[in-house]
Design a binder for this molecule. Structure first.
Ligand SMILES: [Zn+2]
Length: 283
């Protein structure tokens, strides 16, 4: 801890590379909506996040500053207002060029997040209970550069890590009180049941099907929506939005409403869904 605080002090004295700010702008759609104070906090967190983790490229990939900044910025956005949850459980980040084939491991190792689809199938990302976060850069880049689809594998895997900080992988991250935990449990369980019922009835859903896998995936998938499509989520699932807002201590919908020209933006603005691009799986 002493070493870390000394290193942080040294990092604070250095100027933030202009190129890194460009990378954040490219990979964090809400960057321009953050206050000057929040942006300053984010720069600091991104810098610490990068310096304090071991980064490794896999399958011939060389990890670049753009990759590190894109991943660090999205992970840091989740804990922007939760400094106590700065991923002490993430020491290593492995980056693959694209989807990769994970060795079969028991669900406990993978955090209970195995895919339900037929295997073998490429995995886009994984968060191991006592191990690394693994990401496909191709999918991380797509997810972070296109907010309109509500899918972001970086937000997804780091939501799993927040879940794991509370012990286990059950879709319940750290709560501040019994009352908050009770509200969380009630709303998340009911919302998951509603999603499963809608899927069974063939009704189109805002929350994608993978969220119905289990409570942990439901939390990770709805976290992606909370930050990427906060207005539709708040409109369609106000209770769910409220408990996520309380947990993250952020209100991305209010931020979006302040976005200049929002009302003029056509709805059909979203890019092609990721799943049309490639065989798709994620944990
Ligand atoms: Zn997952």
């Amino acid at each position: 801890m002493l070493f870390r605080s000394l290193r942080r002090r040294r990092l604070r004295r250095q100027s933030f590379p202009a190129e890194w700010t460009d990378f954040i702008e490219q990979h964090l759609s809400s960057w321009a909506l953050l206050s000057a104070d929040e942006q300053q906090t984010m720069r600091e967190r991104v810098r610490f996040f990068i310096a304090e983790r071991y980064w490794e490229g896999c399958a011939g990939l060389t990890v670049t500053d753009e990759m590190r900044v894109a991943i660090a910025a999205n992970a840091s956005l989740l804990v922007l207002a939760r400094p106590e949850d700065e991923y002490d459980n993430v020491t290593t980040i492995l980056v693959y060029p694209s989807g990769y084939f994970a060795p079969d491991q028991p669900p406990s190792v993978l955090g209970g997040t195995r895919l339900i689809a037929a295997s073998p199938q490429a995995v886009l990302g994984q968060a191991h209970q006592n191990g690394p976060v693994i990401l496909s850069w191709r999918h991380a880049r797509f997810g972070t550069a296109h907010a309109g689809d509500g899918e972001n594998v970086v937000l997804h895997e780091f939501a799993h890590k927040l879940d794991m900080l509370a012990g286990g992988v059950d879709g319940t991250p750290r709560m501040e009180s019994r009352e908050q935990a009770a509200e969380w449990a009630t709303v998340m369980q009911r919302s998951l049941e509603e999603l499963r019922a809608e899927i069974a009835a063939g009704v189109p859903t805002l929350i994608r099907r993978y969220g119905a896998t289990n409570p942990a995936e439901f939390f990770a998938v709805t976290t992606e929506l909370f930050f990427e499509l906060p207005l539709p989520l708040r409109e369609r699932h106000p209770d769910l939005y409220r408990v996520l807002r309380r947990y993250y201590r952020q209100d991305p919908a209010a931020r979006e409403l302040a976005r200049p020209g929002l009302q003029a933006r056509p709805e059909a603005d979203s890019p092609q869904p990721l799943r049309d691009e490639s065989p798709n799986g994620r944990s």
